[in-house]
Design a protein around this ligand. Structure first.
Ligand code: HEM
Length: 260
């Protein structure tokens, strides 16, 4: 009986929120783990490989990794919204429709994380996968003795810039994902009910930083070449350092506008 009652608890609100949270972390690890594999392992390794070996790896390895990568990204978004759908908001409302929650410190933290997560998801499907399809098709064609596609190198660069930007965003995303329940929402040093002015100031700074970085990885600000504002994508070490600096910048912004 106890086992049945416990099993039924899974479909209760708190059980549903917990199950979604568990699934969210599993698929989130799968997505971001593969993102780090691409950025810190595959791209540097491919740069050292001979063209024939690289084409074979694109054909046999990279497309498999990309399959798990893009579907894990989709599953992360779905399970993330499931947490909001199960988690109780104010009164009877579910958290997803609780606009007052978004005005609290944890609400602002999770909204920032979701902004970055949805942007990264759009980069995965709209830029990385779209362009990697061209790169993989070219590798397969060349392997089969066909002509190289002149558009492949440009497509690879577009995917690489978005991928490095996602790696940069990912550290800050995790700051807010994990920080919502375990830091920003329970910390006495943060104002749990910030004023409209403080919320507006916070969002103004966050949205500008977010927009500039996203436009930059799309080539709108610094084009597609190396150097200039694209210096942050020139090496995986540059992306790593930029990602860590961004964590400090976002944390400082949160602190400045939400400290008690
Ligand atoms: C893209 C859209 C995403 C949405 C809508 C979303 C949504 C959420 C929500 C609602 C929570 C619960 C916050 C709370 O109340 O404590 C959460 C937590 C979390 N998310 Fe996400 N998330 C997204 C992306 C990601 C990604 C890409 C990762 C990468 C691994 C991730 C990892 C986590 C982790 C580790 C937690 C903390 C779980 C805990 O502390 O209990 N999320 N997310």
């Amino acid at each position: 009986m106890i086992v049945v009652a416990d099993a039924l608890n899974i479909i209760s609100r708190s059980g549903g929120a917990f199950a979604s949270r568990w699934a969210h972390v599993v698929v989130g690890i799968m997505w971001i783990g593969l993102l780090y594999y691409f950025n810190f392992v595959q791209v540097p390794a491919f740069a050292e490989m001979e063209a024939a070996a690289r084409n074979n790896a694109l054909d046999k390895l990279a497309w498999r990794a990309l399959w798990w990568f893009r579907w894990a990204a989709a599953a992360t978004v779905v399970t993330g919204f499931l947490i909001l759908a199960f988690q109780p908001g104010n009164g009877a409302k579910i958290q997803l429709f609780d606009m007052d929650y978004l005005k609290t410190a944890p609400g602002m933290a999770i909204a920032t994380g979701i902004l970055l997560g949805l942007t990264m998801f759009a980069n995965v499907w709209g830029v990385i996968w779209r362009n990697q399809k061209i790169v993989i098709a070219n590798a397969r064609n060349v392997q089969a003795g066909g002509e190289a596609d002149p558009a492949a190198a440009g497509a690879g660069r577009k995917a690489a810039m978005a991928s490095r930007q996602n790696a940069i965003f990912s550290f800050t995303l995790l700051l807010f994902m994990v920080g919502t329940g375990h830091f920003f929402g329970i910390n006495q040093y943060f104002n749990q009910l910030p004023t409209g002015g403080n919320r507006g100031g916070y969002w103004a700074v966050v949205l500008v930083i977010w927009l500039v970085l996203e436009l930059n990885c799309l080539g709108v600000i610094g084009g597609r070449g190396p150097g200039g504002t694209n210096i942050i994508y020139d090496t995986h070490k540059a992306a790593l350092i930029t990602g860590l600096v961004l964590v400090v910048v976002f944390y400082a912004t949160f602190y400045i506008f939400l400290k008690v």
